[in-house]
Design a protein. Structure first.
Lengths: 247, 123
């Protein structure tokens, strides 16, 4: 037995592939059977990831040597590498199609999420700049929070909170979109692009629009694709400095 | 070959990281500013250029798409290595910030699409 565990520890990255694969399978199964696709499998999988981290220590589940490979698979390098690869779907003609209204929605959407998150963090008793900025970034998406938090050197527990905020947003967007689609006039390509730019959390936007009107998915996804990239640029730079000046 | 796509992606990623590090230095800031965003921008520009020239075939592109599909699994792994034991006490903060901030963003959607419609009418 000891020999087997030893062998697994030696191959820690492969153990991580297997573990994440199993988590993904279970999550998409729960999403399909348990929620009839109402809650995106991605949101469930990230939540299970956070739950797994609870059973570890300071470095989450990677504190257990059997799962140390998770720190490689989920480390900054592969994370940023896979985020960059998601830009492959976009082309310059598509960017032109989104036009100024897409860009404006992105700027307003990112600022609105960031500042509402930052102000709430302050009201909840956080008074160091790094935590406030990371929580504000988490209100953008579950990826902007950790990217920003790592860039400015925030603590891991604050980064965990920022991921959880992004997950809550993703689930809420999926559930609320079909309900309030009529109220916000979400029945045409332009509003769908504005919606994607303001909300930004790609998995939530795609799932929410699919439940509202599948024809609108590409328009919302178009602006949402740029949200994470732009937010990863603005949060640790311009928005960080604004918070620093205000403080 | 798939590795060609991965190599193009790697080039764009590294170029973005270097630019982000240099910007960080320029702003007297220890971290990396926008390395991810610049990497994405480079990939859009280089990908578009190579595709129009016919250098990027489907096989090479699938090397990039593989990593794009690994995005959520990597985020799951990232979630599992955070210090959740310390964060669990702030679980309420996470839920509150998530709900309030999302609802606030939703209220902005009709405002902006209205702005766009007015602009179209005046043109």
């Amino acid at each position: 037995m000891e020999k087997i565990v030893e062998g697994l520890i030696k191959n820690n990255l492969i153990v991580a592939f297997l573990t994440v694969g199993i988590v993904m399978y279970i999550s998409f199964w729960i999403s399909k059977i348990g929620t009839r696709g109402k809650i995106p499998g991605a949101a469930i999988a990230i939540t299970i990831g956070l739950v797994l981290a609870y059973f570890g220590g300071e470095k989450g589940i990677a504190s257990l040597s059997l799962f140390s490979g998770m720190a490689v698979l989920g480390g900054n390098m592969l994370r940023d590498f896979s985020i960059v690869s998601t830009a492959m779907g976009a082309s310059i003609t598509q960017i032109k199609k989104a036009g100024w209204i897409g860009f404006l929605s992105l700027l307003i959407g990112i600022s609105a999420a960031f500042f509402s998150g930052a102000i709430l963090a302050y009201l909840m008793g956080y008074n160091d700049i790094k935590s406030i900025v990371t929580i504000g970034a988490g209100a953008c998406t579950f990826i902007v929070g950790p990217v920003t938090g790592n860039a400015i050197g925030a603590d891991s527990d604050v980064i965990a909170i920022s991921i959880a905020i992004g997950v809550v947003k993703s689930v809420l967007v999926t559930l609320l979109t079909p309900i309030i689609a009529k109220k916000i006039g979400l029945n045409n390509p332009t509003t769908a692009m504005v919606y994607g730019g303001i909300i930004g959390t790609t998995s939530g936007v795609a799932a929410g629009l699919a439940a509202t009107d599948p024809k609108l998915v590409p328009y919302g996804a178009l602006t949402a694709t740029f949200y994470t990239g732009l937010a990863c640029l603005l949060c640790p730079s311009v928005l960080f400095y604004i918070i620093k000046i205000v403080f | 070959m798939k590795i060609y796509g991965v190599a193009i992606l790697s080039f764009c990623y590294l170029a973005g990281q270097i630019l982000g590090d240099l910007l960080g230095l320029g702003f007297a800031f220890e971290g990396n500013i926008g390395g991810v965003a610049f990497g994405m921008l480079f990939l859009i520009l280089v990908g578009d250029h190579f595709k129009s020239k016919g250098y990027l075939d489907q096989e090479a592109e699938s090397g990039i798409l593989f990593w794009s599909n690994m995005y959520i699994p990597v985020v799951v792994a990232m979630s599992s290595i955070q210090n959740v034991k310390v964060a669990i006490g702030s679980g309420f903060t996470a839920v509150l910030v998530g709900i309030v901030s999302t609802l606030f963003c939703f209220t902005l959607i009709p405002l902006i699409s209205k702005l766009h419609k007015q602009e179209e009418k005046s043109m």
